[in-house]
Design a protein around this ligand. Structure first.
Ligand code: ADP
Ligand code: MG
Length: 223
C-alpha cells in the first residue's frame, strides 16, 4: 500500500511537472522573442523591460509555488491552535488587504480549536484563500473568517463578497494551472486542496454570482 501511495504521488508530480514545463515555456518564448526582435532591429531593450520583468516574475512565482508540491511530506505534525494560525494570517495579510481597501473580520470559536497540523502549511492554506478573496473583490470588500467547533471537528469559513464563481468554473478551480487572472499561477487552490488532504480534512466551496464565495474547511479536532 505504501508503494501504491508513492507511485500515485509520483504520477501526480509527473503531471504537474509537465504542466509546469508548458507554463514556463510560454513566457520563455515571449522573452526570447522580445530579445531577438530587439537585437535584429537594434531596439533599445528598455522598451521591453517591463514586459520581460513581468514574464520573469511569473516564472518565478510558478517555480516558487511548485516547490510546495515537491517538498517532502512533513512528519512534523504537532498540536496547535487553529485560532493562532488565523491570527497569524490576519497579521500577514493586513497590509495587503488595506492596500485593496478591504477589511478582514474574524469571529472566533467559543471552544478550543486544537488541530494536529503542520503549522506552516496550515498558514499557507489560509493565506492562499484570504489572498484569493482579496484579489476577487472590488475595492472596500470584507473577508469574513470564522471558526466553529463541535466535539469532533473544527470548521474554518473564509467568505468574501466578491463577484462569485461561474458554475462551469467551480469544478475547475482546484485544477493545477487553472486561473482567470492575467498574472495568476493557478496553483494556489490545488496546493490548498493537497494541504487539506494531508490533514485529513475536507474542503468545500459555495459561490453565488454577484454575492460572493465561501470556502468551508473542516479538520478533525486533536484528541
Ligand atoms: P490564482 O489565484 O493564481 O488564479 P488559484 O488556484 O488560487 O490560482 O485560483 C484559481 C481561480 O479560482 C482564480 O483564478 C479565480 O478564477 C478562482 N477563484 C479562487 N478564489 C476565488 C474567490 N474567492 N472568488 C472568485 N474567484 C475565485
Ligand atoms: Mg490564488
Amino acid at each position: 500500500e505504501e508503494h501504491m501511495l508513492r507511485s500515485d504521488k509520483l504520477r501526480v508530480i509527473g503531471e504537474l511537472a509537465s504542466g509546469m514545463a508548458h507554463e514556463i515555456r510560454n513566457p520563455l518564448t515571449t522573452v526570447k522573442g522580445f530579445l531577438q526582435i530587439s537585437k535584429a532591429n537594434g531596439y533599445n531593450i528598455e522598451n521591453w523591460y517591463s514586459l520581460i520583468m513581468e514574464e520573469i516574475d511569473r516564472m518565478s512565482d510558478l517555480t516558487g509555488e511548485f516547490l510546495q508540491f515537491s517538498k517532502p511530506h512533513s512528519i512534523d505534525f504537532r498540536v496547535y491552535s487553529l485560532h493562532e494560525c488565523v491570527l497569524r494570517v490576519i497579521a500577514l495579510m493586513e497590509s495587503e488587504a488595506t492596500r485593496f481597501g478591504h477589511q478582514i473580520h474574524y469571529k472566533e470559536a467559543t471552544e478550543p480549536v486544537l488541530v494536529l497540523m503542520d503549522q506552516d502549511k496550515m498558514i499557507q492554506l489560509l493565506l492562499n484563500l484570504v489572498k484569493n478573496a482579496c484579489e476577487a473583490m472590488e475595492e472596500n470588500g470584507v473577508v469574513h473568517m470564522q471558526l466553529t467547533s463541535d466535539t469532533k471537528s473544527v470548521t474554518v469559513v473564509i467568505a468574501d463578497n466578491g463577484p462569485g464563481i461561474p458554475n462551469e468554473q467551480l469544478e475547475k478551480i482546484f485544477h493545477p494551472f487553472f486561473t482567470t487572472k492575467e498574472s495568476g499561477t493557478g496553483l494556489g487552490l490545488s496546493i490548498c486542496y493537497k494541504i487539506v488532504q494531508d490533514h485529513q480534512g475536507t474542503l468545500e466551496v459555495e459561490s453565488e454570482l454577484g454575492t460572493g464565495t465561501r470556502f468551508i474547511i473542516t479538520f478533525p479536532l486533536a484528541q
